[in-house]
Design a protein around this ligand. Structure first.
Ligand SMILES: C[S@@+](CC[C@H](N)C(=O)[O-])C[C@H]1O[C@@H](n2cnc3c(N)ncnc32)[C@H](O)[C@@H]1O
Length: 314
């Protein structure tokens, strides 16, 4: 297979390779332009502030907060700290926000040569301008803020007790966006136990997984929420991931339903709010025949996508 790819490379020649590299660069620039829009981060902060107000929690700017799964670009965490929150994050992946030799060695060990090289190129060439833009958006909305300390980016498995040693003993707020669907079902109860241990009676958790059974739940880029309303045009069938008609996801998914999360959360938490960010997303792709093929799933399953649970310790 790799021999075949090499011989294809040879046939492409230097001009083909240059065009290919220009294409890759173009895609990065397009992605960068798309990422210029930090409204979603500002919207998240406003939403968290409103949730805290509704349920009598602390003000966001004075809260001690934990973000579970901050991702490769910790924009939300940077924004929380900018406005004054004492926020730390934990992610399974080694962060590339701060680059020093020990971290590069850890990246190489954890992610291998190719992923490390990609991360480094992105961090050195593309990320600095994004972080500058984020700072300018935050400055114009909130005024001057606190510079971000990379030591707030912890790495480890949030469901393992060892990862919690550097997390503050008392948390006012626990946040997690698009992460819980990547955690194996048997690791979620220990994670919830540890969250509950660090939360007080008036602390809140805002946990928003992308639910597997929704039209976007298979994590296929073609079926991400912003593309659902486009014409089908050769895409895999809608909800194909539920009936073996989809490309395999390139990430681990626990396949939990909305009702499974409810059951797991209710062991330790009272569910104060449960809101889907979308209303019956993809309904136009569900004529009676397709609905019949998905008979094993309820409407609640099929129309659950990004569901935000607001939790209070029991
Ligand atoms: C889809 S990304 C979401 C990133 C970010 N929350 C966002 O909204 O852009 C999922 C992240 O969850 C992290 N993750 C998955 N399982 C985890 C675990 N057990 N503990 C900590 N982080 C985890 C992954 O490393 C990844 O960065």
């Amino acid at each position: 297979m790799s021999q075949q790819s090499n011989s294809q490379d040879d046939r492409i020649g230097p001009i083909g390779r240059m065009l290919y590299l220009a294409g890759v660069l173009g895609m990065h620039v397009a992605r960068l332009r798309a990422a210029d829009n930090f409204d979603v981060i500002l919207d998240d902060l406003a939403l968290y502030e409103n949730v805290l107000l509704r349920h009598g929690g602390k003000r966001l700017a004075t809260a001690t907060a934990l973000e579970i799964g901050y991702g490769q670009r910790p924009f939300r965490l940077i924004a929380l700290n900018w406005i004054g929150a004492n926020a730390v994050g934990i992610d399974l992946d080694e962060p590339v926000y701060r680059l020093d030799l020990p971290r590069i060695v850890r990246l190489l060990r954890a992610n291998g040569m190719v992923r490390t090289a990609k991360s480094l190129v992105r961090r050195v060439i593309f990320d600095p301008s994004e972080y500058r833009k984020l700072a300018s958006v935050l400055r114009s909305r909130y005024g001057e803020g606190r510079p971000f300390d990379a030591r707030r980016l912890l790495s480890g498995d949030a469901s393992a007790a060892a990862a919690w040693s550097a997390i503050p003993r008392e948390l006012d707020l626990v946040l997690s966006e698009d992460v819980f669907e990547h955690i194996p079902p048997d690791r979620i109860p220990p994670l919830l136990d540890m969250m509950a241990e660090r939360m007080r009676g008036d602390s809140l958790a805002i946990i928003a997984p992308m639910i597997f059974t929704g039209i976007s739940g298979g994590h296929d880029l073609d079926w991400y929420p912003h593309r659902v309303n486009e014409p089908l045009d050769g895409r895999t069938p809608p909800w194909g991931h539920l009936v073996g008609q989809a490309r395999p996801a390139d990430t681990y998914l626990n396949e939990l339903r909305r009702s499974d999360y409810r059951r797991l959360f209710e062991r330790r938490f009272e569910i104060l709010e449960e809101v889907d960010s979308y209303h019956r997303l993809g309904e136009q792709h569900l004529p009676p025949q397709r609905r019949a093929e998905l008979a094993g799933y309820s409407d609640e399953d099929l129309f659950a996508n990004k569901v935000r649970f607001v939790l209070k310790k029991r």
